[in-house]
Design a protein around this ligand. Structure first.
Ligand code: NAD
Length: 479
Protein backbone atom coordinates (compact mmCIF):
# COMPACT_ATOMS: atom_id res chain seq x y z
CA UNK A 1 0.00 0.00 0.00
CA UNK A 2 1.14 3.54 -0.75
CA UNK A 3 -0.31 6.33 1.38
CA UNK A 4 -1.18 9.35 -0.74
CA UNK A 5 -0.45 12.67 0.95
CA UNK A 6 -2.30 15.93 0.38
CA UNK A 7 0.59 18.39 -0.10
CA UNK A 8 -1.55 21.33 1.03
CA UNK A 9 -2.06 19.82 4.51
CA UNK A 10 0.38 16.93 4.89
CA UNK A 11 -2.55 14.61 5.73
CA UNK A 12 -3.08 11.16 4.23
CA UNK A 13 -5.94 11.29 1.68
CA UNK A 14 -6.04 7.67 0.58
CA UNK A 15 -4.13 4.39 0.39
CA UNK A 16 -3.49 2.78 -2.98
CA UNK A 17 -2.32 -0.80 -3.46
CA UNK A 18 1.08 -1.15 -5.07
CA UNK A 19 1.66 -3.65 -7.88
CA UNK A 20 4.06 -6.47 -7.27
CA UNK A 21 6.75 -6.79 -9.92
CA UNK A 22 5.26 -10.20 -10.79
CA UNK A 23 1.94 -8.44 -11.58
CA UNK A 24 3.78 -6.53 -14.28
CA UNK A 25 4.38 -9.46 -16.62
CA UNK A 26 0.80 -10.76 -16.24
CA UNK A 27 -0.46 -7.24 -17.04
CA UNK A 28 1.82 -6.99 -20.07
CA UNK A 29 0.58 -10.40 -21.28
CA UNK A 30 -3.04 -9.18 -21.12
CA UNK A 31 -1.93 -6.10 -23.05
CA UNK A 32 -0.41 -8.32 -25.74
CA UNK A 33 -3.71 -10.18 -26.19
CA UNK A 34 -5.59 -6.88 -26.49
CA UNK A 35 -3.04 -5.60 -28.98
CA UNK A 36 -3.64 -8.58 -31.28
CA UNK A 37 -7.24 -7.42 -31.55
CA UNK A 38 -6.66 -3.65 -31.59
CA UNK A 39 -3.87 -3.62 -34.18
CA UNK A 40 -6.50 -4.34 -36.85
CA UNK A 41 -9.12 -1.90 -35.53
CA UNK A 42 -9.98 0.62 -38.22
CA UNK A 43 -9.00 4.27 -37.75
CA UNK A 44 -12.66 5.02 -37.27
CA UNK A 45 -12.92 2.42 -34.44
CA UNK A 46 -9.86 3.85 -32.71
CA UNK A 47 -11.17 7.38 -33.03
CA UNK A 48 -14.58 6.39 -31.66
CA UNK A 49 -13.06 4.99 -28.45
CA UNK A 50 -10.90 8.08 -27.92
CA UNK A 51 -13.86 10.39 -28.52
CA UNK A 52 -15.96 8.43 -26.02
CA UNK A 53 -13.17 8.63 -23.44
CA UNK A 54 -13.04 12.40 -23.97
CA UNK A 55 -16.79 12.60 -23.30
CA UNK A 56 -16.44 10.41 -20.19
CA UNK A 57 -13.62 12.59 -18.84
CA UNK A 58 -15.95 15.57 -19.23
CA UNK A 59 -18.73 13.64 -17.49
CA UNK A 60 -16.40 12.82 -14.57
CA UNK A 61 -14.65 16.20 -14.55
CA UNK A 62 -15.63 17.06 -10.99
CA UNK A 63 -14.33 13.78 -9.54
CA UNK A 64 -11.12 13.80 -11.59
CA UNK A 65 -10.50 17.38 -10.55
CA UNK A 66 -10.96 16.50 -6.89
CA UNK A 67 -8.51 13.58 -7.09
CA UNK A 68 -5.91 15.71 -8.80
CA UNK A 69 -6.25 18.70 -6.46
CA UNK A 70 -6.02 16.44 -3.40
CA UNK A 71 -2.90 14.65 -4.61
CA UNK A 72 -0.95 17.48 -6.24
CA UNK A 73 -2.16 20.55 -4.33
CA UNK A 74 -2.73 22.44 -7.58
CA UNK A 75 -5.44 25.11 -7.47
CA UNK A 76 -8.97 23.94 -8.20
CA UNK A 77 -9.57 26.49 -10.97
CA UNK A 78 -6.29 25.59 -12.70
CA UNK A 79 -7.36 21.96 -12.94
CA UNK A 80 -11.09 22.39 -13.54
CA UNK A 81 -10.89 25.24 -16.05
CA UNK A 82 -7.48 24.61 -17.60
CA UNK A 83 -5.74 21.27 -17.42
CA UNK A 84 -8.80 19.01 -17.47
CA UNK A 85 -10.41 20.65 -20.55
CA UNK A 86 -6.98 20.66 -22.18
CA UNK A 87 -6.69 16.89 -21.60
CA UNK A 88 -10.12 16.47 -23.22
CA UNK A 89 -8.94 18.52 -26.20
CA UNK A 90 -5.82 16.34 -26.45
CA UNK A 91 -7.96 13.18 -26.56
CA UNK A 92 -10.17 14.64 -29.30
CA UNK A 93 -7.09 15.67 -31.25
CA UNK A 94 -5.67 12.13 -31.00
CA UNK A 95 -9.02 10.75 -32.17
CA UNK A 96 -8.71 12.88 -35.31
CA UNK A 97 -5.04 12.01 -35.73
CA UNK A 98 -5.91 8.29 -35.69
CA UNK A 99 -7.83 8.84 -38.93
CA UNK A 100 -5.01 10.45 -40.91
CA UNK A 101 -2.27 7.98 -40.13
CA UNK A 102 -2.36 5.50 -43.01
CA UNK A 103 -1.58 5.75 -46.71
CA UNK A 104 1.51 7.94 -46.49
CA UNK A 105 2.58 6.96 -50.01
CA UNK A 106 1.84 4.67 -52.91
CA UNK A 107 3.33 4.58 -56.37
CA UNK A 108 5.79 3.05 -58.78
CA UNK A 109 9.27 3.46 -57.34
CA UNK A 110 10.83 0.67 -59.38
CA UNK A 111 9.67 -0.41 -62.87
CA UNK A 112 7.19 -3.28 -62.71
CA UNK A 113 6.38 -2.75 -59.01
CA UNK A 114 3.97 -0.74 -56.98
CA UNK A 115 5.13 0.33 -53.52
CA UNK A 116 2.99 1.26 -50.57
CA UNK A 117 4.20 2.90 -47.39
CA UNK A 118 1.96 2.03 -44.45
CA UNK A 119 2.21 2.80 -40.78
CA UNK A 120 1.74 -0.05 -38.35
CA UNK A 121 1.60 -0.04 -34.55
CA UNK A 122 4.56 -1.23 -32.49
CA UNK A 123 2.92 -3.49 -29.89
CA UNK A 124 2.70 -3.08 -26.13
CA UNK A 125 3.99 0.27 -24.89
CA UNK A 126 5.27 0.57 -21.32
CA UNK A 127 4.63 4.16 -20.21
CA UNK A 128 5.97 5.87 -17.14
CA UNK A 129 4.60 9.20 -15.93
CA UNK A 130 5.57 11.93 -13.44
CA UNK A 131 3.49 13.54 -10.67
CA UNK A 132 3.35 17.14 -11.83
CA UNK A 133 0.44 16.88 -14.35
CA UNK A 134 -0.89 13.36 -13.67
CA UNK A 135 -4.00 13.38 -15.85
CA UNK A 136 -2.51 15.25 -18.79
CA UNK A 137 0.65 13.14 -18.74
CA UNK A 138 -1.48 9.97 -18.81
CA UNK A 139 -3.42 11.37 -21.79
CA UNK A 140 -0.17 12.28 -23.58
CA UNK A 141 1.13 8.74 -23.04
CA UNK A 142 -2.02 6.74 -23.77
CA UNK A 143 -3.73 8.90 -26.44
CA UNK A 144 -1.18 8.75 -29.29
CA UNK A 145 -0.23 5.13 -28.57
CA UNK A 146 -3.84 3.94 -28.75
CA UNK A 147 -4.54 6.14 -31.79
CA UNK A 148 -1.67 4.38 -33.57
CA UNK A 149 -3.03 0.92 -32.70
CA UNK A 150 -0.93 -0.07 -29.67
CA UNK A 151 -1.78 -1.42 -26.22
CA UNK A 152 -0.50 0.54 -23.19
CA UNK A 153 0.57 -0.40 -19.68
CA UNK A 154 1.09 2.85 -17.78
CA UNK A 155 2.77 3.39 -14.44
CA UNK A 156 1.75 6.69 -12.88
CA UNK A 157 4.00 8.32 -10.29
CA UNK A 158 3.53 6.78 -6.83
CA UNK A 159 2.42 10.14 -5.39
CA UNK A 160 -0.42 10.68 -7.88
CA UNK A 161 -1.94 7.48 -9.29
CA UNK A 162 -5.68 7.95 -8.87
CA UNK A 163 -6.64 10.08 -11.89
CA UNK A 164 -4.66 7.68 -14.13
CA UNK A 165 -6.41 4.64 -12.61
CA UNK A 166 -9.74 6.40 -13.26
CA UNK A 167 -8.74 7.18 -16.86
CA UNK A 168 -7.85 3.51 -17.45
CA UNK A 169 -11.35 2.51 -16.27
CA UNK A 170 -12.86 5.05 -18.68
CA UNK A 171 -11.14 3.34 -21.62
CA UNK A 172 -12.88 0.09 -20.66
CA UNK A 173 -16.20 1.89 -20.31
CA UNK A 174 -15.65 3.50 -23.72
CA UNK A 175 -15.46 0.07 -25.37
CA UNK A 176 -11.70 -0.48 -25.71
CA UNK A 177 -10.83 -4.20 -25.70
CA UNK A 178 -10.19 -5.52 -22.17
CA UNK A 179 -6.50 -5.03 -21.36
CA UNK A 180 -5.84 -2.44 -24.07
CA UNK A 181 -5.09 0.25 -21.51
CA UNK A 182 -3.93 -0.91 -18.08
CA UNK A 183 -2.02 0.53 -15.16
CA UNK A 184 0.50 -0.80 -12.69
CA UNK A 185 1.26 1.16 -9.54
CA UNK A 186 4.41 1.71 -7.55
CA UNK A 187 7.77 3.41 -7.84
CA UNK A 188 11.10 2.85 -9.55
CA UNK A 189 11.16 -0.91 -8.94
CA UNK A 190 7.84 -1.51 -10.67
CA UNK A 191 8.80 0.99 -13.40
CA UNK A 192 12.05 -0.82 -14.01
CA UNK A 193 10.25 -4.19 -14.23
CA UNK A 194 7.90 -2.69 -16.82
CA UNK A 195 10.77 -1.29 -18.89
CA UNK A 196 12.61 -4.62 -18.86
CA UNK A 197 9.63 -6.91 -19.40
CA UNK A 198 10.27 -8.88 -22.61
CA UNK A 199 6.62 -8.41 -23.64
CA UNK A 200 7.02 -4.62 -23.79
CA UNK A 201 8.02 -3.42 -27.26
CA UNK A 202 8.47 0.30 -26.62
CA UNK A 203 9.11 2.43 -23.56
CA UNK A 204 7.90 5.97 -23.08
CA UNK A 205 8.87 7.97 -20.02
CA UNK A 206 8.31 11.49 -18.76
CA UNK A 207 10.49 12.17 -15.77
CA UNK A 208 13.85 13.47 -14.66
CA UNK A 209 16.96 13.19 -16.79
CA UNK A 210 18.42 10.65 -14.32
CA UNK A 211 15.33 8.45 -14.68
CA UNK A 212 15.52 8.79 -18.48
CA UNK A 213 19.05 7.44 -18.36
CA UNK A 214 18.02 4.48 -16.18
CA UNK A 215 15.11 3.70 -18.47
CA UNK A 216 17.34 3.78 -21.51
CA UNK A 217 19.73 1.34 -19.83
CA UNK A 218 16.80 -0.96 -19.03
CA UNK A 219 15.67 -0.89 -22.66
CA UNK A 220 19.08 -1.77 -24.09
CA UNK A 221 18.92 -5.56 -23.90
CA UNK A 222 15.57 -5.69 -25.67
CA UNK A 223 16.68 -2.95 -28.14
CA UNK A 224 13.34 -1.28 -27.47
CA UNK A 225 12.26 1.98 -28.97
CA UNK A 226 12.59 4.68 -26.31
CA UNK A 227 10.66 7.94 -26.03
CA UNK A 228 12.04 10.34 -23.41
CA UNK A 229 10.50 13.59 -22.13
CA UNK A 230 12.89 14.73 -19.43
CA UNK A 231 13.86 17.74 -17.38
CA UNK A 232 14.27 21.37 -18.41
CA UNK A 233 15.87 24.65 -17.39
CA UNK A 234 14.20 27.14 -19.69
CA UNK A 235 15.82 30.52 -20.36
CA UNK A 236 13.83 33.71 -20.90
CA UNK A 237 15.95 36.18 -22.91
CA UNK A 238 15.00 39.82 -22.38
CA UNK A 239 16.30 42.40 -24.86
CA UNK A 240 16.40 46.12 -24.09
CA UNK A 241 13.44 46.89 -26.36
CA UNK A 242 11.09 44.45 -24.57
CA UNK A 243 7.90 45.59 -22.86
CA UNK A 244 9.25 44.97 -19.35
CA UNK A 245 5.87 44.97 -17.60
CA UNK A 246 4.53 42.38 -20.00
CA UNK A 247 7.74 40.36 -19.71
CA UNK A 248 7.55 40.41 -15.91
CA UNK A 249 3.93 39.25 -15.89
CA UNK A 250 4.66 36.50 -18.43
CA UNK A 251 7.82 35.26 -16.74
CA UNK A 252 6.22 35.34 -13.27
CA UNK A 253 3.39 33.20 -14.60
CA UNK A 254 5.81 30.97 -16.54
CA UNK A 255 7.99 30.49 -13.47
CA UNK A 256 5.29 29.84 -10.88
CA UNK A 257 2.58 27.94 -12.77
CA UNK A 258 2.14 24.59 -10.97
CA UNK A 259 4.47 26.03 -8.30
CA UNK A 260 7.31 25.87 -10.83
CA UNK A 261 6.99 22.08 -11.05
CA UNK A 262 6.91 22.23 -14.80
CA UNK A 263 9.61 21.04 -17.20
CA UNK A 264 9.08 24.16 -19.35
CA UNK A 265 9.07 26.65 -16.43
CA UNK A 266 10.88 29.96 -16.95
CA UNK A 267 13.85 29.55 -14.62
CA UNK A 268 16.78 31.58 -15.97
CA UNK A 269 16.10 35.15 -17.02
CA UNK A 270 18.89 36.69 -19.10
CA UNK A 271 18.46 40.45 -19.23
CA UNK A 272 20.27 43.00 -21.37
CA UNK A 273 22.43 44.82 -18.81
CA UNK A 274 21.17 48.29 -19.84
CA UNK A 275 17.63 47.44 -18.59
CA UNK A 276 18.69 45.10 -15.79
CA UNK A 277 17.52 47.25 -12.85
CA UNK A 278 14.14 48.00 -14.40
CA UNK A 279 13.62 44.35 -15.36
CA UNK A 280 14.49 43.14 -11.85
CA UNK A 281 12.11 45.67 -10.30
CA UNK A 282 9.28 44.60 -12.62
CA UNK A 283 9.95 40.91 -11.95
CA UNK A 284 10.10 41.41 -8.19
CA UNK A 285 6.79 43.18 -8.25
CA UNK A 286 5.12 40.57 -10.52
CA UNK A 287 6.40 37.63 -8.41
CA UNK A 288 5.25 39.42 -5.26
CA UNK A 289 1.70 39.53 -6.68
CA UNK A 290 1.47 35.71 -7.19
CA UNK A 291 -0.89 34.40 -4.49
CA UNK A 292 0.16 31.10 -2.92
CA UNK A 293 -2.56 29.50 -0.82
CA UNK A 294 -5.26 26.91 -0.27
CA UNK A 295 -5.85 25.04 -3.57
CA UNK A 296 -9.63 25.14 -2.99
CA UNK A 297 -9.74 28.98 -2.70
CA UNK A 298 -10.80 30.82 -5.85
CA UNK A 299 -8.11 33.48 -5.32
CA UNK A 300 -5.17 31.07 -5.19
CA UNK A 301 -2.68 31.20 -8.09
CA UNK A 302 -0.28 28.51 -6.84
CA UNK A 303 -0.42 25.71 -4.30
CA UNK A 304 2.29 23.87 -2.39
CA UNK A 305 5.17 21.77 -3.68
CA UNK A 306 4.51 18.03 -4.00
CA UNK A 307 6.22 16.82 -0.78
CA UNK A 308 8.26 17.80 2.25
CA UNK A 309 11.31 16.14 0.69
CA UNK A 310 10.91 18.12 -2.52
CA UNK A 311 10.54 21.40 -0.57
CA UNK A 312 13.73 20.55 1.26
CA UNK A 313 15.43 20.11 -2.12
CA UNK A 314 14.10 23.41 -3.52
CA UNK A 315 15.03 25.44 -0.46
CA UNK A 316 18.47 23.75 -0.43
CA UNK A 317 19.19 25.25 -3.87
CA UNK A 318 18.36 28.74 -2.58
CA UNK A 319 20.37 28.50 0.64
CA UNK A 320 23.43 27.09 -1.12
CA UNK A 321 23.22 29.90 -3.70
CA UNK A 322 23.13 32.50 -0.90
CA UNK A 323 26.10 30.83 0.80
CA UNK A 324 27.84 31.14 -2.57
CA UNK A 325 27.28 34.91 -2.81
CA UNK A 326 23.87 35.17 -4.51
CA UNK A 327 21.12 37.45 -3.15
CA UNK A 328 17.43 36.69 -2.62
CA UNK A 329 15.29 39.65 -3.74
CA UNK A 330 11.86 38.03 -3.23
CA UNK A 331 10.72 34.99 -1.19
CA UNK A 332 13.29 32.30 -0.45
CA UNK A 333 12.07 31.31 3.03
CA UNK A 334 10.05 28.26 4.00
CA UNK A 335 6.83 29.60 5.58
CA UNK A 336 5.45 28.26 8.84
CA UNK A 337 2.16 26.36 8.89
CA UNK A 338 0.83 23.17 7.38
CA UNK A 339 1.51 22.01 3.83
CA UNK A 340 4.65 22.02 1.72
CA UNK A 341 4.51 25.64 0.58
CA UNK A 342 7.46 27.55 -0.84
CA UNK A 343 7.05 31.16 -2.02
CA UNK A 344 7.82 32.56 -5.49
CA UNK A 345 11.50 33.43 -5.22
CA UNK A 346 13.81 35.77 -7.14
CA UNK A 347 17.56 35.19 -6.96
CA UNK A 348 20.16 37.72 -8.18
CA UNK A 349 23.96 37.81 -8.50
CA UNK A 350 24.35 34.06 -9.10
CA UNK A 351 27.18 32.85 -11.28
CA UNK A 352 26.28 31.32 -14.65
CA UNK A 353 28.18 28.14 -13.72
CA UNK A 354 26.54 27.76 -10.29
CA UNK A 355 24.04 24.96 -9.68
CA UNK A 356 21.10 27.33 -9.23
CA UNK A 357 21.60 28.44 -12.86
CA UNK A 358 22.60 25.04 -14.25
CA UNK A 359 20.34 22.46 -12.57
CA UNK A 360 16.62 21.82 -12.65
CA UNK A 361 15.11 23.00 -9.33
CA UNK A 362 11.45 22.21 -10.12
CA UNK A 363 10.14 24.92 -7.83
CA UNK A 364 9.06 28.59 -8.13
CA UNK A 365 12.61 29.96 -8.24
CA UNK A 366 13.78 32.45 -10.87
CA UNK A 367 17.41 33.51 -11.34
CA UNK A 368 18.24 36.72 -13.20
CA UNK A 369 21.60 37.02 -14.98
CA UNK A 370 22.63 40.06 -17.09
CA UNK A 371 24.12 39.82 -20.58
CA UNK A 372 26.20 42.48 -22.25
CA UNK A 373 24.34 45.05 -24.35
CA UNK A 374 27.47 46.23 -26.15
CA UNK A 375 29.12 44.64 -29.17
CA UNK A 376 32.79 43.95 -28.89
CA UNK A 377 34.79 45.16 -31.90
CA UNK A 378 37.58 42.65 -31.26
CA UNK A 379 35.46 39.60 -32.12
CA UNK A 380 33.02 38.89 -34.91
CA UNK A 381 30.78 36.82 -32.61
CA UNK A 382 30.10 39.00 -29.62
CA UNK A 383 26.96 40.97 -30.31
CA UNK A 384 24.30 41.17 -27.55
CA UNK A 385 22.47 38.38 -29.38
CA UNK A 386 25.62 36.22 -29.28
CA UNK A 387 26.04 36.82 -25.56
CA UNK A 388 22.45 35.91 -24.82
CA UNK A 389 22.47 32.79 -27.00
CA UNK A 390 25.72 31.57 -25.48
CA UNK A 391 24.35 31.83 -21.94
CA UNK A 392 20.98 30.34 -22.85
CA UNK A 393 22.53 27.28 -24.52
CA UNK A 394 25.09 26.80 -21.75
CA UNK A 395 23.17 24.14 -19.75
CA UNK A 396 22.70 20.41 -20.30
CA UNK A 397 18.96 20.76 -20.91
CA UNK A 398 17.17 21.85 -24.08
CA UNK A 399 13.40 21.87 -23.74
CA UNK A 400 11.79 25.33 -23.67
CA UNK A 401 12.74 29.00 -23.98
CA UNK A 402 11.29 32.46 -24.51
CA UNK A 403 12.50 35.66 -26.16
CA UNK A 404 11.20 39.08 -25.18
CA UNK A 405 11.67 41.81 -27.79
CA UNK A 406 9.67 44.03 -30.17
CA UNK A 407 12.11 43.26 -33.01
CA UNK A 408 10.69 40.36 -35.07
CA UNK A 409 13.91 39.78 -36.99
CA UNK A 410 15.93 39.56 -33.81
CA UNK A 411 13.41 37.18 -32.25
CA UNK A 412 13.60 34.82 -35.23
CA UNK A 413 17.41 35.00 -35.47
CA UNK A 414 17.82 34.17 -31.80
CA UNK A 415 15.12 31.48 -31.84
CA UNK A 416 16.94 29.68 -34.66
CA UNK A 417 20.10 29.51 -32.58
CA UNK A 418 18.61 28.11 -29.38
CA UNK A 419 19.11 24.37 -28.74
CA UNK A 420 15.57 23.69 -27.53
CA UNK A 421 12.28 22.09 -28.53
CA UNK A 422 10.08 25.18 -28.17
CA UNK A 423 10.59 28.95 -28.20
CA UNK A 424 7.89 31.43 -27.27
CA UNK A 425 8.20 35.03 -28.38
CA UNK A 426 6.79 37.54 -25.89
CA UNK A 427 5.16 34.81 -23.84
CA UNK A 428 6.16 31.70 -21.90
CA UNK A 429 4.18 28.44 -21.49
CA UNK A 430 1.17 28.18 -23.81
CA UNK A 431 0.79 24.86 -25.64
CA UNK A 432 -1.65 23.38 -28.16
CA UNK A 433 -2.70 19.81 -28.98
CA UNK A 434 -1.53 20.25 -32.61
CA UNK A 435 2.01 21.36 -31.69
CA UNK A 436 4.74 18.84 -30.80
CA UNK A 437 6.20 19.04 -27.31
CA UNK A 438 9.64 17.62 -26.58
CA UNK A 439 13.28 18.53 -26.17
CA UNK A 440 16.86 17.99 -27.21
CA UNK A 441 20.11 17.36 -25.26
CA UNK A 442 19.47 16.32 -21.63
CA UNK A 443 15.75 16.97 -22.07
CA UNK A 444 15.45 13.76 -24.10
CA UNK A 445 13.97 13.01 -27.49
CA UNK A 446 10.57 12.17 -28.84
CA UNK A 447 7.46 14.31 -29.14
CA UNK A 448 4.29 14.40 -27.11
CA UNK A 449 1.08 15.84 -28.61
CA UNK A 450 0.62 16.58 -32.33
CA UNK A 451 0.56 14.19 -35.27
CA UNK A 452 4.27 13.59 -34.62
CA UNK A 453 3.47 11.87 -31.31
CA UNK A 454 1.16 9.43 -33.08
CA UNK A 455 3.95 8.76 -35.59
CA UNK A 456 6.37 7.94 -32.77
CA UNK A 457 4.14 5.08 -31.64
CA UNK A 458 4.14 3.49 -35.07
CA UNK A 459 6.59 2.20 -37.64
CA UNK A 460 6.62 2.83 -41.38
CA UNK A 461 6.49 -0.34 -43.46
CA UNK A 462 7.19 -0.78 -47.13
CA UNK A 463 4.97 -3.14 -49.14
CA UNK A 464 6.23 -3.83 -52.67
CA UNK A 465 3.99 -5.58 -55.16
CA UNK A 466 5.42 -7.08 -58.36
CA UNK A 467 3.01 -6.90 -61.29
CA UNK A 468 5.28 -7.29 -64.33
CA UNK A 469 8.22 -9.61 -64.99
CA UNK A 470 11.44 -7.66 -64.40
CA UNK A 471 14.12 -7.69 -67.12
CA UNK A 472 16.78 -8.87 -64.65
CA UNK A 473 16.72 -9.89 -61.00
CA UNK A 474 18.73 -8.06 -58.34
CA UNK A 475 18.14 -6.31 -55.05
CA UNK A 476 19.49 -2.88 -55.82
CA UNK A 477 18.24 -2.12 -59.28
CA UNK A 478 17.60 1.59 -59.65
CA UNK A 479 14.16 2.68 -60.75
P1 NAD B 1 11.07 10.99 -11.67
O1 NAD B 1 12.08 10.84 -12.72
O2 NAD B 1 11.50 10.88 -10.25
O3 NAD B 1 9.90 9.94 -11.85
C1 NAD B 1 9.16 9.85 -13.05
C2 NAD B 1 8.55 8.47 -13.12
O4 NAD B 1 9.58 7.52 -13.33
C3 NAD B 1 7.82 8.03 -11.87
O5 NAD B 1 6.66 7.32 -12.25
C4 NAD B 1 8.83 7.12 -11.19
O6 NAD B 1 8.24 6.18 -10.33
C5 NAD B 1 9.47 6.46 -12.39
N1 NAD B 1 10.83 5.95 -12.20
C6 NAD B 1 11.81 6.45 -11.41
N2 NAD B 1 12.93 5.71 -11.54
C7 NAD B 1 12.66 4.75 -12.45
C8 NAD B 1 13.42 3.69 -13.03
N3 NAD B 1 14.70 3.47 -12.69
N4 NAD B 1 12.84 2.90 -13.94
C9 NAD B 1 11.57 3.10 -14.32
N5 NAD B 1 10.79 4.07 -13.79
C10 NAD B 1 11.33 4.90 -12.87
O7 NAD B 1 10.37 12.37 -11.99
P2 NAD B 1 9.25 13.12 -11.16
O8 NAD B 1 9.91 13.65 -9.93
O9 NAD B 1 8.04 12.25 -11.00
O10 NAD B 1 8.85 14.28 -12.17
C11 NAD B 1 9.62 15.39 -12.32
C12 NAD B 1 10.54 15.29 -13.52
O11 NAD B 1 9.78 15.03 -14.71
C13 NAD B 1 11.25 16.59 -13.77
O12 NAD B 1 12.59 16.36 -14.10
C14 NAD B 1 10.51 17.17 -14.97
O13 NAD B 1 11.24 18.10 -15.71
C15 NAD B 1 10.16 15.96 -15.73
N6 NAD B 1 9.03 16.26 -16.64
C16 NAD B 1 9.30 16.39 -17.97
C17 NAD B 1 8.28 16.70 -18.86
C18 NAD B 1 8.54 16.83 -20.35
O14 NAD B 1 7.60 16.84 -21.10
N7 NAD B 1 9.79 16.93 -20.79
C19 NAD B 1 6.98 16.89 -18.39
C20 NAD B 1 6.74 16.76 -17.03
C21 NAD B 1 7.79 16.43 -16.16
Amino acid sequence: MTSLINPASGAVVSDVPESDVTDVSATVARGRAAFEEWRDATPSDRARVLLRVADLVERDAEELTRLEVEETGKPLAVMRDGELPFGVDNLRFFAGAARSLDGTGAGTLSAGYTSMLVRRPIGVVGSIAPWNFPLIMAVWKIGPAVAAGNAVVIKPAPQTPRSTLALVRLFEEAGAPAGLVQAVTGGAEVGSALVRDPGVDMVSVTGSTATGREVMRGAVDGLKRVHLELGGKAPAIVFADADLEEMAAGVAMGATYNTGQDCTAATRVYVSDDVYDDAVEALASALGRVRAGDPWDAGTDVGPLISAAHRERVSGFVSRAVADGARVAVGGRVPSGPGFYFPPTLVLDADQRSEIVQDEIFGPVVVVVPFSSSSSSSSSSSSPEDHAVRLANDVRYGLASSIWTRDVGRALRVANRLDVGVTWINDHLPIASEAPHGGVKGSGFGKDMSQEAVGEYSVTRHLMIKHAAPAARGSFRPA
